[in-house]
Design a protein around this ligand. Structure first.
Ligand SMILES: [Zn+2]
Length: 208
């Protein structure tokens, strides 16, 4: 797991250089004596504020940044890097009532059990191959384990999304992989429109 907190604060060259390991799971170091390639298989987790002051879109506190400062801040993360991130989650302020309310939340044990069941299913699915998780699927596996399992409604939804959201081929594959995982967590062999819709929702991000 590689966690980059305050993502826009990293140098542009650093952010661009993690594109290769995200995509190929290897990192190549070039020196005068030659190139060396090392394995670099990691899960990238990154956090950033919505703007430099941190309050853009907040329900109670006013954002003090100018429009151009917000735009400049968000543009520090390039489109190609964003395109390689599978899941975007907005984390708004939590109301006091919700924080103080101790009831009706699912415990970590139950979530852990669900995740372990899901990972075990993936190990079985890929037992004949060199893969171990949905995230590692290439185009061939996406066709075999995702596209093949889309029901009719899911198929038309993803077709509509590709056209209307102008998804790149990479984004299309990533949405399908996330939808496969959502279906796995629900113990569903088929990928339904609800699974695709949830996966598409994770692609939405605040536009710069
Ligand atoms: Zn602000």
């Amino acid at each position: 797991m590689l966690f980059l907190d305050e993502l826009p604060e990293f140098a542009h060259s650093v952010l661009e250089s993690i594109r290769q390991p995200i995509e190929d799971r290897v990192v190549t170091v070039s020196r005068a004596q030659g190139n060396v390639t090392f394995p670099a298989n990691f899960m990238l987790l990154a956090a950033m504020n919505p703007c430099p002051c941190g309050y853009y879109g907040d329900s109670t506190k006013h954002c003090s940044c100018s429009e151009s400062a917000v735009t400049r801040y968000r543009h520090r993360i390039s489109g190609p890097l964003l395109d390689r991130i599978d899941i975007f989650v907005d984390v708004p302020r939590v109301d006091y009532e919700k924080l103080a309310d101790g009831s009706a939340t699912e415990g970590s044990d139950a979530v852990r059990e669900r995740v372990e069941r899901c990972r075990e299913g993936q190990r079985l699915r890929y037992s004949e191959s060199h893969l171990s998780s949905n995230a590692e699927m290439g185009p061939v596996e996406v066709r075999e384990f995702c596209q093949h399992f889309l029901d009719d409604a899911a198929r038309s939804l993803i077709r509509m999304a590709v056209n209307q959201l102008a998804l790149s081929a990479r984004a299309f594959h990533r949405v399908l992989k996330v939808a496969r995982t959502i279906a796995d967590l629900a113990s569903s062999e088929a990928i339904t429109a609800a699974h695709v819709a949830e996966a598409l929702q994770y692609r939405q991000r605040v536009q710069g």
